[in-house]
Write a protein that binds this ligand. Structure first.
Ligand SMILES: *Cc1c(COP(=O)(O)O)cnc(C)c1O
Length: 478
């Protein structure tokens, strides 16, 4: 007979777990950012079968320390500069704990009214804060919803776009014509994945050329691709433009792209996964010029806005199209509130039915930091990145690869791809920092993305010192 954890035991174990997390954060700087252990190390350290009889939480914490944590990549580490940040924060973790403790399902308004209403209010707050179009507010024709990830947001946008492009037929008959999606050469891989899942196939995605200086989509090339597809009898369904591409944080020109989408009746989805947070700072709103053309827009508070994964904020300008595309009403979900039409049922805004109470962590984060606290976090990352870029620019062994409007700097060694790749391997081997790479104009390029709340000037200085010393060795042939 299993013993459940009673509330008093939970209280004791819970305090120990919170202490454990606080200690982890406090000592992060002393750990290597990544593990050097070979694949299979963790597997070999774990038993091959689960325990027959229950164990205390203390045993799990001991194995976290002994087995798990030494083989993690520490994304919250102040020396983590890879990919994009996926930062979390105290208020976010606490809210997630509350969400887990409540264990509520918010698939319908009726299944947990406060979960739906809080989500609507928090996304309206955020839309105000970012000065997003009035159509995106729940008080207008559109509205916001939390998705698990930007990938899901793009998938849902693609499905709504197919609904529109097919005049509603897609819902009943599936993909019966050659629908096309368009994104720049630096559009995220999730766009092709969404197209495959939606039945367009990888070949249904048109890759639009970028400007070699800015790395942003060339509107003339987009127009040419749409015109050519129309002439061939194909159906342009969706354009995915990016604010802050993953490679270099390029900003696609939304005013021009939006005008082309309007002209040809194509759905415009804006993927601002990382850089969307910047719109919270008035001085960075230029990056969102033209966003009023978007049929849908998303960004990830789980990247740069101190809200733990998973939390993607997704808005549509017209919720009717999205809901029509996705709604299915089985008898077992029928209820008076849904039938009244007076409530939002977020199950119709996403792929799964069930949904966690994720609005709580956004609510806690917005309230703990306040608008000015969030702006200070974003501005500190931008200032640190800018300081780093200044060092790169001043050193003639290095070259910046693209503009750096946010907190990502892309750069390389002038000596070439091989030297740049060796540089990345060498600094990452130090265990003190972690950077990743991309290709820009075909050339191997390092990326340094600032975003951890623990990252201070000395951590960026350390990254530069390691890079500079490693460059000296590599260029000397050592
Ligand atoms: C990170 C990123 C994504 C994917 O984000 P998920 O939320 O992990 O799905 C999509 N687009 C861009 C531009 C990104 O930077």
């Amino acid at each position: 007979m299993a013993e459940h954890m009673d509330p008093e035991e939970f209280r004791r174990a819970g305090h120990a777990v919170v202490d454990w997390i606080a200690d982890y954060w406090r000592t992060l700087d002393q750990r290597p950012v990544t593990t050097q252990d070979p694949p299979g190390t963790v597997t070999a350290a774990l038993p091959t079968t689960p325990p027959t009889h229950g164990e205390p939480v203390a045993a799990m914490l001991a194995d976290l320390d002994g087995i798990v944590v030494p083989r993690l990549t520490h994304w919250q580490h102040p020396g983590f500069f890879g990919y994009f940040p996926a930062n979390t924060s105290g208020p976010s973790v606490l809210a997630d704990l509350v969400s887990s403790g409540l264990g509520t399902q918010g698939m319908l308004w009726a299944t947990s009214p406060a979960a739906t209403e809080l989500e609507t209010v928090v996304l309206d707050w955020l839309a105000d804060l970012m000065d997003l179009p009035a159509t995106f507010r729940s008080t207008g024709p559109g509205g916001g919803v939390i998705q698990d990830s930007a990938s899901s947001a793009t998938l849902v946008a693609t499905l709504a776009a197919l609904h529109r492009a097919s005049g509603g037929r897609w819902r009943e008959v599936g993909v019966d014509r050659r629908y096309r999606a368009y994104t720049s050469a630096h559009g995220h891989s999730s766009i092709e994945k969404a197209a495959r899942i939606a039945g367009l196939g990888g070949q249904g995605v048109r890759t639009v050329e970028v400007d070699p200086q800015t790395q942003a989509m060339r509107p003339a090339a987009l127009r040419a691709a749409i015109v050519a597809d129309l002439a061939a009898g194909e159906v342009p369904a969706i354009v995915v433009a990016t604010i802050g591409t993953t490679s270099t944080t390029a900003v696609d020109p939304l005013p021009e792209i939006g005008a082309i989408c309007a002209e040809y009746g194509v759905w415009l989805h804006v993927d601002a996964a990382y850089a969307g947070a910047a719109a919270i700072c008035p001085e960075l709103r230029w990056s969102h010029a033209g966003v009023e053309h978007a049929d849908s827009y998303c960004f990830d508070p789980h990247k740069w806005l101190l809200t733990g994964f998973d939390c993607d904020a997704f808005w549509v300008a017209d919720r009717g199209e999205l809901i029509e595309a996705l709604t299915v009403m089985p008898e077992f979900l029928r209820n008076a509130a849904s039938e009244s039409g007076a409530v939002i049922d977020y199950r119709d805004w996403q792929v799964p039915l069930g949904r966690r109470f994720r609005a709580l962590k956004l609510w806690f984060v917005l309230r703990w930091y306040g608008v000015e606290g969030l702006r200070a976090h974003l501005r500190s990352g931008i200032a640190l990145a800018d300081g780093f870029a200044t060092r790169v620019r001043a050193d003639d062994r290095f070259a910046l690869a693209a503009p750096h409007p946010f907190s990502l700097v892309t750069f390389r060694l002038r000596a070439g791809d091989e030297a740049s790749a060796a540089l990345l391997a060498r600094v990452n081997d130090s265990g003190q920092v972690h950077l990743t790479h991309t290709r820009v104009n075909g050339r191997y390029t390092l990326r340094l993305a600032v975003g951890s709340p623990l990252t201070r000037p000395e951590h960026v200085d350390r990254a530069w010192d390691l890079l500079s010393a490693a460059a000296t060795d590599i260029l000397a042939g050592d």
